[in-house]
Design a protein around this ligand. Structure first.
Ligand code: NAG
Ligand code: NAG
Ligand code: NAG
Ligand code: NAG
Ligand code: NAG
Length: 493
């Protein structure tokens, strides 16, 4: 190769796969909704310039967006090309379709359904995706399976073959999405040699591309995110620490993007003074987007941080993952104090279902469970009668019969005392799928042949259904129903 051709090749190789910057810099990108309070929704989005006053117009008809909410919140960090904006809309009527337009000289009207109030017993379904990354030149593969490897970069732009595509096709079938950790996989820029000379731009390019891909879903449905190891840091880049961009350290992008959209904890509507006091305490101790809770219809949902802020947390400075991040609490036990207060506040006559979402599982096939997570969280989940616990991190789909201390609850799925656990980490990312690995006796389903995700349907106050769906064709892979009596107002066991 001539020196000139070599130079061109290096330049070409170094160019990050950035999406184009819109000519109108007020154009909203990366739109994302969040349930932020009993009558409020937060609209988050990014722009390629700072906004002095981000605003959203809204109303109950597309022709009458007569209300407007604004903020002064438009933030960025050194290696980012975009600013992250957030506006909270309050005073919404429950479970009502609202039309909204992010104020810009180049935006369109979209719509969302406002939250169901706590205590509304109407059945509904949510989608659960974890470990979902970008597709295209820097993403998606089914590792070690050439027959299934996506032909990058010729993936159908209509989002075919992907979990994002399935979520888009089924967008009217679920009311919100939970995504407990590992979004985009931007820190995996290192897996593509063409990124090695410019990790800073490759990282940002993957983030911008992923959140563009997600926007058709997250602009329509609340998208509740919590932290995973891929949001943390770049110390896995051992040979090139100097190339580690600032924005990749200590959950920086994750905090910028979701820190002002995720909720703290809701004010309790329980008649019990003790429940209201615990919920107030949980509000004080919550630390979104790391640990927080929200209520929606018949469900109280808690998001936990399995990465930092408990004993031997894997991503903490000195932790087993080598990611040197956090802590985020103002004192060592803040997260667990939050969790105890929050779980204790749950009045089952208002929200019969109690669900916890986090990133790293302790029940998983293949023997890669997080022992410090189990030590920190499992006793609280059991004590307060959590019904369903949702994890990812392991890149496949798994379901476990209700279990505590590695022993199956003898009641099985019929009014167990122990939580039912699932792993829904098969949504698809550049690292590919994890094999099912060695079985454990309390496993009831595991699938790692193709990308998949879960839906959870709250059928009534006593029955909850978990379905695992193959992303490619929507096939139902596994379906199970958990029955709980929910005959105690406050569970303490
Ligand atoms: C307006 O927004 C659309 C959709 O986001 C984008 O494709 C287009 O480039 C934008 N136009 C300008 C002038 O920025
Ligand atoms: C892409 O999706 C469409 C619509 O769901 C489907 O009809 C088509 O078969 C898919 N293409 C491939 C190659 O699977
Ligand atoms: C990460 O950020 C938190 C919150 O700002 C801070 O308290 C902590 O010290 C930071 N950790 C590291 C390793 O920089
Ligand atoms: C689980 O194990 C812990 C520690 O040995 C014990 O204190 C607790 O009672 C056990 N819980 C159940 C439900 O068996
Ligand atoms: C693991 O074993 C259980 C109990 O024997 C069985 O029901 C389950 O299907 C097995 N899981 C896998 C992935 O083979």
């Amino acid at each position: 190769m001539s020196p000139r051709r070599l130079h061109l090749a290096v330049c070409a190789a170094a160019a990050a796969n950035y999406p184009p910057i819109p000519a109108d810099l007020t154009t909203p990108v990366h739109q994302r909704l969040a349930i932020s309070g009993p009558n409020s929704v937060t609209v988050g989005w990014n722009t390629y310039q700072q906004l002095s006053q981000p605003c959203v117009q809204y109303g109950t008809s597309p022709d009458d967006l007569s209300s407007q909410a604004c903020s002064t919140s438009s933030v960025t960090y050194p290696s980012s090309r975009t600013w992250s904006n957030a506006v909270t809309i309050t005073g919404l009527k429950p479970a009502t379709t609202y039309y909204y337009k992010i104020v810009s000289t180049n935006s369109t009207v979209d719509h969302f359904m406002s939250s169901r109030v706590a205590g509304d017993k109407t059945p509904f379904t949510i989608s659960v995706v974890i470990d979902m990354g970008v597709y295209g030149a820097d993403g998606y593969t089914i590792e070690n399976n050439p027959a299934k490897r996506d032909t990058i970069p010729s993936i159908d732009p209509s989002l075919n073959h992907t979990t994002i595509g399935r979520l888009a096709q089924t967008v009217d079938d679920y009311e919100f999405v939970v995504h407990p950790g590992d979004l985009a996989y931007a820190d995996d820029w290192i897996e593509k040699a063409h990124n090695w000379l410019d990790g800073r731009n490759a990282y940002q390019a993957i983030l911008e591309t992923f959140y563009n891909q997600l926007a058709p879903i997250s602009a329509r449905k609340p998208y509740m995110a919590s932290p995973g190891n891929h949001e943390a840091d770049c110390e896995e880049v051992a040979f090139a620490a100097t190339l580690c961009p600032d924005g990749q350290k200590n959950f920086t992008d994750f905090i910028n993007r979701f820190g002002r959209t995720m909720p703290t904890a809701f004010t309790s509507t329980s008649a019990s003074d003790a429940a209201r006091a615990n919920a107030n305490r949980a509000r004080q101790l919550a630390n979104p987007p790391f640990w927080y809770s929200f209520e929606y219809g018949m469900v109280h949902f808690v998001m936990i941080d399995t990465e930092t802020d408990f004993a031997d947390a894997p991503d903490a400075p000195g932790g087993s993952a080598g990611l040197g991040s956090g802590p985020f609490g103002t004192y060592a036990n803040q997260q667990l104090d939050f969790l105890a207060a929050d779980l204790a506040s749950v009045d089952r006559t208002v929200t019969p279902w109690l669900v916890v979402g986090g990133h790293r599982p302790w029940y998983t096939t293949g023997g890669s469970g997080c022992a410090p997570c189990q030590a920190a969280f499992e006793p609280l989940l059991y004590k307060y009668g959590v019904d369903l616990a949702i994890f990812g991190h392991v890149h496949n789909s798994q379901r476990f019969t209700p279990v505590v201390n590695n022993t199956a609850d003898p009641a099985g799925m019929t009014n167990p005392k122990a939580p039912m656990y699932i792993v829904a980490g098969g949504a698809g990312n550049i690292e590919g799928l994890s094999s099912v690995g060695t079985n454990v006796s309390y496993n009831r389903f595991a699938y790692a042949d193709d990308f998949s995700y879960a839906t959870v349907s709250f059928l009534d106050t006593q029955r909850l259904r978990v379905d695992f769906i193959r992303s490619d064709d929507g096939a139902l892979l596994d379906s199970s129903i958990l029955f709980k009596e929910h005959d105690e107002q406050f569970v303490v066991q």
